[in-house]
Design a protein around this ligand. Structure first.
Ligand SMILES: NC(=O)c1ccc[n+]([C@@H]2O[C@H](COP(=O)([O-])OP(=O)(O)OC[C@H]3O[C@@H](n4cnc5c(N)ncnc54)[C@H](OP(=O)(O)O)[C@@H]3O)[C@@H](O)[C@H]2O)c1
Length: 303
């Protein structure tokens, strides 16, 4: 067995990178995770699962270059400005640094996890347009690359402030507007398959979603999983009037940009069955859903 892992995964202590790293492990692949703090609980957990750690920081190009040595495939993801941890410019610089480093190291294939609103022209939202800029840079490099554009995560609906605890779930969609969403387990599985078959997927930009979810789907699936009625409301106009971030996201959903363009049937033919909201609530989402039902009231915390 080679001592150098086959794949380098960024963000492996986080949601996307964690799902991708574990999906690669499940396929019997070897993985190196790029981590800031090897002593953090999440980094130790990765190591305990058999993942090699490369310590570095996305703002330190030399540390990225060191981590690239010898790998043949890279999963690239960066955090974005709603997290409060980076500016949009920093996200772009980090995404470009990973792409440039992969190219310089002669990596065979890079998968960049972008976002569903990227690559379709300017949106006016910094953390979506940043991803279009990283995509453009990646396409300008002579490296085999696949862009995946995940829809909003089902997990995001469990963040504080959405009202599950109060019996009325509050979110973006208007009653007649389905919104595509993805379960992180699908995101991990699909990106892992892409990493493992570069010749099939390089050069493609693939929109990813598990289900196009309607307001009725939400109310029914949440009520069933909670064992009590959960109603749905769109963010009230008063909230949208005060919060430009939420207003802009709602507008982008109304305009279809954020509602999602993934061809879910085609995804299922290629990658196998996608996880429905109901399945997610009974499976990997069960614990986080129960926690959200019991959470103390909190401010909205989107990212
Ligand atoms: N939420 C959604 O519905 C959704 C949908 C589509 C796309 N997105 C996009 O997904 C991205 C975030 O992905 P995620 O949710 O998987 O992130 P996450 O769970 O917040 O994890 C972020 C990861 O990045 C690492 N990281 C942060 N800053 C770093 C740095 N300077 N150097 C090295 N590593 C660093 C973190 O490591 P540490 O453990 O060291 O902190 C962590 O592993 C954002 O760009 C967002 O716009 C989100």
């Amino acid at each position: 067995m080679s001592l150098t892992p086959e794949f380098l995964v960024f963000g492996a202590t986080g949601q996307q990178g964690g799902a991708v790293a574990r999906a690669l492990l499940a396929k019997g692949k070897t993985v190196r995770a790029f981590v800031r703090n090897p002593l953090s609980d999440s980094a130790r957990q990765l190591a305990a699962e058999g993942i090699t750690l490369a310590v570095g920081n996305l703002s330190d190009r030399a540390s990225i270059d060191r981590a690239m040595a010898g790998v043949s495939g890279v999963f690239s993801v960066q955090t974005s400005s709603p997290s409060g941890l980076v500016t949009d410019e920093e996200e772009v610089a980090q995404g470009i640094a990973v792409a440039d480093s992969a190219h310089a190291a002669g990596v065979a294939h890079i998968v960049y996890s972008s976002g569903g609103a990227a690559g379709k022209g300017p949106t006016g939202m910094g953390h979506f347009d940043s991803k279009s800029r990283i995509e453009d840079h990646l396409r300008s490099l002579p490296i085999a690359a696949t862009i995946t554009r995940p829809a909003s995560f089902m997990e995001m609906m469990m963040l504080p402030g959405m009202g599950l605890d109060s019996g009325t779930f509050t979110f973006f969609m208007a009653p007649d507007q389905p919104m595509q969403m993805i379960a992180l387990e699908d995101l991990g599985r699909v990106n892992a398959q892409i990493l493992c078959d570069p010749h099939r997927y390089a050069g493609q930009a693939i929109e990813l979603s598990s289900q196009a979810i309607t307001v009725n789907d939400l109310a029914q699936a949440f009520s069933e999983a909670a064992g009590r009625p959960i109603a749905y409301q769109r963010f009230p106009d008063a909230v949208l009037a005060q919060n430009g971030f939420l207003r802009k996201l709602s507008e982008l959903i109304d305009e279809g940009v954020l509602a999602g363009l993934a061809d879910i049937s085609a995804l299922e033919r290629e990658f196998g069955p996608m996880t429905s909201l109901r399945q997610w609530l009974a499976g990997s989402g069960k614990a986080v859903f129960q926690a959200a039902l019991e959470a103390p009231r909190a401010e909205i915390a989107l990212r």
